[in-house]
Design a protein around this ligand. Structure first.
Ligand SMILES: NC(=O)c1ccc[n+]([C@@H]2O[C@H](COP(=O)([O-])OP(=O)(O)OC[C@H]3O[C@@H](n4cnc5c(N)ncnc54)[C@H](OP(=O)(O)O)[C@@H]3O)[C@@H](O)[C@H]2O)c1
Length: 225
């Protein structure tokens, strides 16, 4: 890495995205920090006025994805590292989750990241350099009851990342998958999406798992910083 490094990070508001954005700024790199509510990044803009640009980005909005990339080019003239971090867990038994909830989960965790990758690749190919970091999960490797839909988005993200790494290796572009276990972010708290309707027969699996997730909120072993 050198001082020229320009990062674009999704979901900079809390958790991993927030910690990573702070760490990158502390190291003196430049960042397009993004959030659905960019005012959550005002403190970083005040502290690092020269090196951070905060903008609104909902990863499910294709126009905002493209605008974020354009802002990076207009502001810092290049993009070195793209971090697809935005995501959340929609948990519950397969039969308990509504079609709408399942699609919302895929739209954010998978299609949001995929859209960002496909939109930024022309820039990285032209530069003949760049690094895409995709935040998957241990749930991208193995699925437990009540995590099927969440894990499906991460398994898919892993497949796309593995294939992409091979496609772009000769172009100077790297792809890395990150597979965290349980960390003290907002994941188990405000970000957790639970089923609208629960089915009694799944209580021992799904109900118990969700209870455990809620109890673990704030007590996860991992420190995102
Ligand atoms: N914490 C863990 O134990 C753990 C383990 C494995 C993997 N992960 C992964 O880590 C990533 C970050 O989660 P976290 O643990 O840091 O939880 P978090 O603190 O809840 O952060 C989630 C971030 O994603 C953003 N986000 C959600 N939907 C979005 C959308 N449509 N567009 C843009 N941003 C969106 C949130 O923005 P808002 O503030 O606007 O909601 C927030 O910035 C996720 O991909 C998650 O699957 C977490």
């Amino acid at each position: 890495m050198n001082d020229a490094n320009v990062w674009l990070i999704t979901g900079s508001s809390t958790g991993f995205g927030r910690s990573l954005t702070e760490a990158v700024l502390q190291h003196g790199y430049r960042v397009i920090a993004t959030a659905r509510k960019p005012e959550q990044l005002d403190d970083l803009v005040a502290k690092y006025p020269q090196t951070v640009k905060a903008i609104r980005l909902d990863v499910t909005n294709p126009q905002e994805v493209r605008a974020a990339i354009q802002t990076a080019i207009d502001t810092f003239a290049r993009i070195d590292v793209v971090v697809n971090n935005a995501g959340f867990g929609s948990l519950g038994a397969i039969e308990e989750l509504s079609d709408e909830a399942i699609r919302r989960q895929f739209d954010t965790n998978l299609f949001g990241a995929l859209d960002m990758m496909r939109a930024v690749l022309p820039v990285l190919r032209q530069q003949r350099s760049g690094h895409i970091l995709n935040v998957s999960s241990v749930g991208g490797l193995v699925a437990f009851g009540a995590t099927g839909i969440y894990c499906a988005t991460k398994f898919a993200l892993e497949a796309i990342s593995e294939a992409l790494a091979k496609e772009v290796a000769s172009l100077g572009i790297k792809v890395t998958i990150i597979e965290p276990g349980a960390f003290r972010t907002d994941f188990n708290g405000r970000s957790l999406a639970v089923p609208d309707q629960t089915i009694e027969e799944y209580a021992p699996v799904s109900g118990e798992f969700l209870k455990w997730m809620e109890q673990m909120d704030g007590k996860q072993p991992g420190d995102p910083a």
